[in-house]
Design a protein around this ligand. Structure first.
Ligand SMILES: Nc1ncnc2c1ncn2[C@@H]1O[C@H](COP(=O)(O)OP(=O)(O)O)[C@@H](O)[C@H]1O
Ligand SMILES: [Mg+2]
Length: 259
């Protein structure tokens, strides 16, 4: 059975796309057959995997608009166990049309049933801010992995996200839950502990991943090279952190199951 995880977080720049790409790559490098889905018209995940327009004929836009099957919109990457469903800017226009009917927020979840046993993990990158596409990405998932930063106020964002989870559970009748909070650009566990206390988020402490992602120049370099950080410099602190985060996520699913 596939574990479908959407990388969520309202603020732009918290590291959703880098986490989607590098977590998916790390799961694949650990031997898990993984599909990365780009559900953002900015197409950062697609570009970061080095996928160019000429590498594919179908993408997520064609799938959501009912003009292609999911399997036809999946492209191989340079990591054997990692495939990607790419996105392009035309996703923005199609999303505007689809957003007119709230039932369409469930389309991706519905289409993914065609490949539900083909992958161990499906990781979905979602856009910042709450829009048709972010709700689509969250509705398709069993669990959310929330990207957090100690560098901005989080309490309102977090409560808004909890309300969104409630909206999706009730409106679309899906058992969506939060798998965990992953801190990015962070130096020490102590920093996270004080942040959770200062932000009145102590109740959510058990959701915080033990692994945190440090600020690391290797991230910027790997982005320029359009490869996951583990392929750029496996010994870098960021590559090591994402491999550990993938292990922690896998342990979470093995221990607790999805529901
Ligand atoms: N841990 C990090 N170390 C170095 N650069 C980072 C780190 N996290 C994010 N960045 C940089 O910040 C920018 C925004 O990250 P991104 O993943 O695109 O955010 P989001 O998808 O949440 O908008 C990217 O250019 C990325 O290179
Ligand atoms: Mg992004």
């Amino acid at each position: 059975m596939t574990n479908i995880i959407t990388i969520a977080g309202q603020k732009g720049g918290t590291g959703k796309s880098i986490t989607s790409v590098n977590l998916a790559a790390s799961l694949a490098l650990s031997g898990k057959k993984t599909l990365l889905i780009d559900c953002d018209p900015q197409a950062c995940a697609t570009q970061w995997c080095g996928i160019r327009d000429l590498d594919y004929t179908c993408d997520i836009t064609r799938v959501l608009s009912g003009r292609a099957k999911v399997v036809d919109a999946i492209v191989n990457t340079r990591i054997n166990a990692l495939s990607i469903m790419p996105a392009g800017f035309n996703l923005f226009q199609v999303a505007l049309k689809l957003a007119k009917n709230s039932g369409n927020e469930k389309l991706l979840r519905f289409f993914l049933k065609d490949i539900e046993d083909d992958y161990e993990y499906i990781i979905i990158d979602s856009p910042s801010s709450y829009s048709f596409l972010s709700v689509t990405a969250m509705t398709a998932a069993d669990r959310l992995l929330v990207c957090m930063s100690v560098h901005h106020n989080a309490i309102e964002d977090f409560h808004c996200l909890l309300q969104m989870v409630k909206y999706i559970r009730v409106t679309h009748e899906v058992p969506l839950k939060i798998a965990g909070l992953l801190f990015n650009r962070c130096d020490t566990a102590k920093q996270i502990e004080s942040f959770m206390e200062n932000q009145n988020l102590s109740d959510a402490k058990e959701l915080v991943f033990n692994t945190f992602i440090p600020h690391d120049a290797a991230i910027k370099n790997s982005r320029e090279l359009k490869i996951p950080v583990a392929l750029h410099d496996i010994k870098s602190p960021a590559a090591d952190a994402y491999l550990r985060a993938a292990g922690e996520l896998d342990f979470f699913f093995k221990e607790r199951g999805v529901l």
